[in-house]
Design a protein around this ligand. Structure first.
Ligand code: CS2
Length: 462
């Protein structure tokens, strides 16, 4: 079968994107593709492996997005660089005056943050980037690229974080500042003050469910289009992007393609992280423990649907609703999206990187509820399910559950343990996940121990 290929010229590159995973291809690139302008092509940079470059380069960057039996061909990715071997080209692009926006989807763990949200300067990759090798980390790449941009006097640029972190723009701005501060002082001061006057970091809330692409998806798309597409991504019909309107330089006119520009993204971010992602993670851990393969299977299980509704009810009072949004309608929509049987989003995919996800998805909402005087029973069960997933490492049928987490070494001591109190106390000590206030809340700790105990004893019905 013929391979999908670009017809005609690629758009000129105006956006550089770090972390060209499936999500960015189904979200940012689709919005950008709809912008009717030729100057807003994306140069996508793969962050850790060359696979996406190897899939897309022979197709001229063109790929399809499979949604509910329909394939949409996307041409916005004009060029793809392999971040592991083409670092100099990435830095040159960040210093190119025609590039005025840098977007990021490197996942939570890509930022190398400490428990308090600063740059982890003890991380070996961060240290090596600071010492001056061709940078590997996203923050190292940004700062080294911006140093070149300052030297080239190439003008202002906007950095748009599109990862699921609270106040994601401010979070990246802080990390960039920390990197500059850790450089030799004259060098760090020079780039730091250039960034302060030439670069902005608007926050954004991004939302689209994009499961990993399977061979079956590629076969389905090929049957629909008659061409082979190695870069195919799969996505649900829903898509949302709320973006803080704080750009330092020209940007694609995304508002024409449905992006909501706003002065304050915070209420949207908190709502999405807690009411969508918090419920997603809860379903992922409990679903995996009960032997469900996908999130759709999990939410179709009446016991787990009750839990999902309970998490929504627990966390909604901790969310200041964005203007005009009814949180109960939002929650129902979220559950309907999870129930989409066509998505085949696996529980173990969502379960990955729990230490990076739990704080903003479940723990911060639990802390707010406790501060308001109540123990949020279902959100607590979500946290307990993560603990049981880590400790048990097996589902109800005895099948192994993968522990895919950058802090897997810190979790190893509880793997295989059956004493609920010991598991809870060991995991509560992880600063990166739980703050001291929570750890010392006896009511909450007791509720967790009770839930973990029943999950460890094989009772997966809450
Ligand atoms: C999911 C998200 O994998 C996960 O952790 O919760 O990727 C989720 O699908 C997206 O945030 C939806 O916008």
């Amino acid at each position: 079968m013929r391979r999908l290929r670009r017809q005609g010229p690629a758009p000129a590159v105006g956006v550089v994107h770090l972390g060209l995973g499936a999500f960015a291809r189904a979200h940012l690139a689709v919005y950008t593709d709809e912008v009717d302008a030729t100057g807003w092509g994306i140069c996508g940079v793969t962050q850790r492996s060359a696979t996406v470059r190897d899939q897309l380069a022979p197709q001229g960057g063109v790929y399809g997005v499979l949604t509910g039996g329909h394939v949409r061909i996307v041409g916005a990715v004009a060029r793809v660089l392999d971040g592991s071997t083409q670092v100099a080209a990435v830095l040159d692009l960040l210093a190119d005056p025609r590039v005025t926006v840098a977007t990021l989807t490197v996942t939570e763990k890509g930022y190398r943050r400490t428990a308090s949200g600063g740059l982890d300067t003890a991380d070996p990759d961060v240290r090596a980037d600071l010492a001056g090798r061709p940078p590997v980390t996203v923050v190292g790449r940004l700062v080294r690229g911006l140093q070149r941009r300052a030297a080239a006097d190439a003008g202002p640029l906007t950095v748009v974080c599109c990862d699921n972190l609270p106040a994601n723009g401010a979070a990246v701005e802080r990390l960039v500042g920390d990197f500059c501060a850790a450089l030799p002082s004259a060098e760090g001061d020079a780039v730091g003050s250039w960034i302060a006057t030439h670069v902005t970091f608007p926050s954004s809330m991004v939302d689209r469910i994009v499961p990993a692409t399977t061979d079956a998806d590629r076969a389905e798309a090929a049957a629909l289009t008659g061409v082979r597409d190695e870069g195919l991504v799969v996505a649900e019909p829903f898509s949302q992007w709320v973006l803080e309107d704080r750009f330092a330089a020209p940007r694609p006119p995304w508002e024409r393609t449905g992006v909501q520009l706003t002065d304050d993204v915070t209420p949207y971010e908190v709502m999405k992280l807690r009411l969508l992602n918090g419920v997603h993670s809860t379903l992922a851990y409990l679903g995996a423990l009960r032997g469900h393969r996908t999130i759709a299977d999990a939410v179709a299980d009446p016991a787990l649907r009750t839990v999902a509704e309970g998490v929504l009810a627990d966390l909604a009072p901790t969310v200041p609703p964005p203007s005009g949004v009814d949180l109960s309608v939002y929650g129902e929509t979220v559950l309907a999206r999870f129930a989409d049987p066509g998505l085949r989003h696996t529980c173990v995919q969502v379960a990955m990187d729990g230490t990076q996800k739990l704080p903003q998805r479940l723990v911060s909402g639990v802390a707010d509820a406790l501060a308001a005087g109540r123990v949020p029973r279902y959100a607590t069960l979500g946290v307990a399910a993560w603990m049981a997933y880590v400790a048990l490492g097996r589902d109800a049928a005895g099948r192994e559950l993968p522990l895919d987490d950058p802090r897997a070494a810190d979790l190893a001591s509880v793997r295989g343990r059956t004493d609920a109190a010991a598991v809870v106390d060991a995991l509560l000590r992880l600063d990166a996940v739980f703050g001291p206030g929570l750890r010392d809340d006896v009511r909450w700790r007791d509720a967790l121990v009770e839930d973990v105990k029943s999950l460890l004893s094989g009772s997966t019905t809450p």
